[in-house]
Structure formats: C-alpha cells, structure tokens
Design a protein around this ligand. Structure first.
Ligand SMILES: Cc1cc2nc3c(=O)[nH]c(=O)nc-3n(C[C@H](O)[C@H](O)[C@H](O)COP(=O)(O)OP(=O)(O)OC[C@H]3O[C@@H](n4cnc5c(N)ncnc54)[C@H](O)[C@@H]3O)c2cc1C
Ligand code: HEM
Length: 373
C-alpha cells in the first residue's frame, strides 16, 4: 500500500474546505438515505466532525498500530449513534465518491485500491471493538442529574448518577447528550475518579452560541436525564504502578480531569507529591476553589495554587498559570488541560523553558475528539 499517496491525496482534497463534508453527506444520504437519521437534524455548526476524522485517520493507516486503542474506543463510542457494522461500507463508499470527485484526474485505480484497503483496516478495528463491547455494555448510559450548581458566570458543576456500572479511569472523558438536544453529542471530562455510588461530575463552561454547553449550564436542573457515551482517552490517565511527582496545570474547566487525577492519587494512598495550578481569567471564575482548598488543607502531599490572569484586584498569584507553575517545576511530570489556545501556548512555554517533551502530557478541549490525532 502506498501510504504516502494516501496522505498526499487527502491533503489535496482537504484544500476544498467545507465543500468536502458537504459533498460527502450529499453522497451518503443520496446513496443510503437510512443513514440520515443517525446524524443531528441540523448539522450547520458541526458538519466537519466525521469527515475530517475519516480522511486523517484513514490516510494515516501506516501508523494504525499507534492508534488502535483510540480506534477501539471510537468504535465502542459509535454505538451511541446507533451505528452498526452494516453502516461502515456505506460510509466507505461515500468517502471514495468524495475522493474521486475532488481528485479528478488524480484518482487512479491504484489509489482507489489503497483507500479501500486502508478504510477496511480502520473499520475492522472499530467494528470488532464495538461488537465485543456489545456483550457487556449498553450503547450509552443514562444519568440522572442529582446536583446542578452554577458556580460562576457561565460555569456549572453537574453531578449525575448513572443507571449501570460505568468503568472509566480518572482523566478520561465521554460524550454527553441531552434529551432537549437530541443526537448532539459533545465531550466532557469527568471531574472525579470512579466512585462506588456510580456518580460522575462534569465541569461545563458555556461556549458562545454553543448548543450543548448552554443547555447543560442554563437549561438543565436536578432530575433531568443525560446520556453518556463510552469512556474515551488516555492522554491524561496515570500509571499508578510507577508513582511520580506531578505538576498539574489547569485552564478553566480543564481542571476537571486534573482534579480526577488528584482524587485518584488520594484514593490509592498518595505515594507522590502533587502540585495543582488552577488558572482562570478572574477570581470569580475559580469555580472549584472551595473544594480544592479543602483537599489541600487535608492532604500534606497536595498543594493547590489558584492563578488569575486578568484581574488586577486579585491578591493571590497573578499571571498566566503556566508561568507560575514553571517556577515550581523540579523535574515532575507535567499534565496540562484547558482550551486549545491555553494548552498550545502552555506546552510551547514549557518546552521553551527546558521541560523535556516526554515529561509533558496534555489534552485540549477542542470541538471534536481526536481532532489532532
Ligand atoms: C476530549 C474533550 C473533553 C472536553 N471536556 C470538556 C469539559 O470537561 N468541560 C467543558 O466545558 N468543555 C469540554 N470540552 C469541550 C466540549 O466538548 C464542547 O466543545 C463545548 O462544550 C462546546 O459545545 P457546544 O455544543 O456548546 O458548542 P457548539 O454548538 O458545538 O459550537 C458553537 C461554536 O463554538 C465553537 N466551539 C465549539 N467547541 C468549542 C470549544 N471547546 N472551544 C472554543 N470554541 C468552540 C464552534 O466552532 C462553534 O462556532 C471537551 C472537548 C473534548 C474534545
Ligand atoms: C473509519 C470509520 C470511522 C471513523 C474513523 C469515524 C470517526 C468519527 C469521529 C472522530 C467523529 C467525531 C467524534 C464524535 O463526535 O463522537 C465521528 C462522528 C460521527 N460518526 Fe463516525 N467514524 C467512522 C465511521 C462511521 C460510520 C460507519 C458511521 C455511520 C453512518 C458514523 C457516524 C458518525 C456520526 C453520526 C457522528 C456524529 C456526527 C455529528 O455529530 O455531526 N461514523 N466519527
């Protein structure tokens, strides 16, 4: 298989921007109208969730070994869309039709052969993982909201109790959907380590004009139901068999998975020191300060430092959270989580300051999971 040709051809196609998903979905829904019902009614803000992932993942098939765990999680997670094995050839055909359309003369039988084989490989991993998980897990979990607190302007902490055992790891996330936003799924990180009572915490910040975040923060209350997809992600999970000193850097609700790690260290009997730097623009946005200060006071191995960047009246640490955290770096493993912008600038700053890249783990709250996979 000529994998360079796959990458080069996807590069050419991707240059057509929004036209690519438009063509893909027209082809898919025309050839297989039964697939329309799997997608959200309005696809305006998110037309690109699936198609760019398809192009990127399939054209990088030469690194498939590296992304097998991600593809397995994705396959299991696709059960929440009611996707079944029979849908994969339909999507594969629409993908081929799209490539052919945008590549014109450059579309050759050899290229068609390689794309088909690559798509087949990726699909096989996803389908097998989905089918295996069907024996033990539901396609999604139902969660009843038992606590809903708007803690700061546009930020809520939500606790839900799931209806069925939910095996996940601290640092992971899952896609969430609401009855009033049917078929719109968005990823949120768990703000807690697994608990016996099967509850999960979400820390949600409203994104401007955001369909699901606005509904979660301002349109839900105790007693409402959430749907929760399969757990995803391993970028921020801890290998506790080899305890290490940790330096955690959170921006806004990027605190959620890092707080989960702190809880995990606490539950497992701390064998290392943890320093958590929680960044916010203003002191009002330090939405979980009370709980974290309490954990700090109770645990000698933990130190929590709030840092505020745009509030000159704040009497504590002022500045960008990464700069304050760097002053405390003594060779610890560094975990960073927050918005795409915050994570990219923080990681660049850490590298600049000499933190080796293998010591840095990070995850970004982008609009689609695996965007930078
Ligand atoms: C792995 C992962 C974990 C996440 N965990 C959390 C979490 O714990 N807490 C949390 O608050 N959010 C989290 N997010 C972000 C979340 O998934 C949504 O992107 C966000 O809530 C916006 O969804 P929406 O439906 O309100 O906006 P949409 O209706 O999808 O989008 C509205 C507009 O905002 C833009 N947009 C969408 N998402 C973002 C974003 N994240 N940043 C900036 N602009 C955006 C869109 O391009 C569009 O223009 C996570 C994302 C990922 C990938
Ligand atoms: C190689 C195969 C595939 C890959 C790599 C892939 C990848 C992805 C990714 C990364 C997303 C965005 C993450 C998310 O929102 O959960 C997504 C969304 C989605 N996928 Fe897939 N997918 C594949 C096959 C399929 C198939 C066969 C179907 C069935 C028709 C399907 C239906 C969907 C739907 C409905 C969405 C949500 C789209 C939206 O919200 O706009 N996918 N896919």
């Amino acid at each position: 298989m000529d994998t360079q040709a796959l990458k080069d051809s996807w590069h050419v196609v991707a240059r057509s921007g929004d036209q690519v998903p438009l063509f893909f979905y027209s082809a898919l829904f025309l050839m297989y109208p039964e697939t329309r019902g799997l997608f959200p009614v309005s696809m305006a803000t998110q037309r690109d969730r699936l198609v760019s992932a398809l192009g990127r993942v399939v054209s990088n098939v030469d690194q498939v070994e590296d992304v097998v765990p991600f593809l397995q999680q994705l396959g299991r997670d696709h059960r929440k869309f009611s996707v079944v094995a029979q849908h994969y050839p339909a999507v594969g055909q629409a993908l081929l039709a799209t490539l052919q359309h945008f590549l014109g003369d450059r579309w050759t039988p050899a290229l068609a052969h390689d794309w088909t084989a690559a798509y087949g490989l990726v699909s096989k991993v996803m389908i097998e993982a989905a089918e295996e998980s069907a024996a033990t897990s539901p396609p999604w979990w139902e969660g009843e909201i038992i606590l809903h607190e708007v803690r700061a302007p546009g930020i809520a902490v939500i606790r839900a109790r799931l209806n069925y055992p939910y095996p996940f790891r601290a640092g992971q996330s899952a896609s969430i959907s609401l009855a009033q936003r049917q078929r719109m799924w968005r990823f949120y990180s768990f703000g807690n380590a697994p608990r016996r009572d099967n509850t999960i915490d979400l820390h949600v910040r409203v994104v401007d004009a955001g369909a699901v975040s606005t509904a979660l923060v301002h349109g839900t209350q105790r007693g409402d139901m959430l749907r929760v997809g399969a757990p995803m992600g391993d970028r921020l999970t801890l290998d506790t068999s080899q305890p290490r000193e940790l330096l955690l850097i959170a921006g806004g609700t990027g605190l959620a998975p890092l707080k989960a790690l702190v809880e995990q260290v606490a539950y497992e009997g701390a064998r290392c020191n943890v320093r958590l730097f929680m960044g916010a623009r203003t002191s009002r946005e330090l939405y979980d300060l009370e709980a974290l200060s309490k954990m700090d006071a109770e645990n000698p191995w933990l130190s929590v430092v709030p840092v505020v960047s745009h509030d000159s009246f704040y009497s504590g640490e002022n500045g960008y959270v990464v700069d304050v955290a760097l002053k405390a770096w003594r060779g610890q493993d560094v975990f960073v989580c927050g918005s795409e912008e915050m994570v990219q600038s923080s990681v660049a700053r850490l590298l600049d300051a000499g933190v080796p890249h293998q010591k840095i783990r990070f995850d970004e709250f982008t609009s689609a999971v695996g965007r930078e996979q």
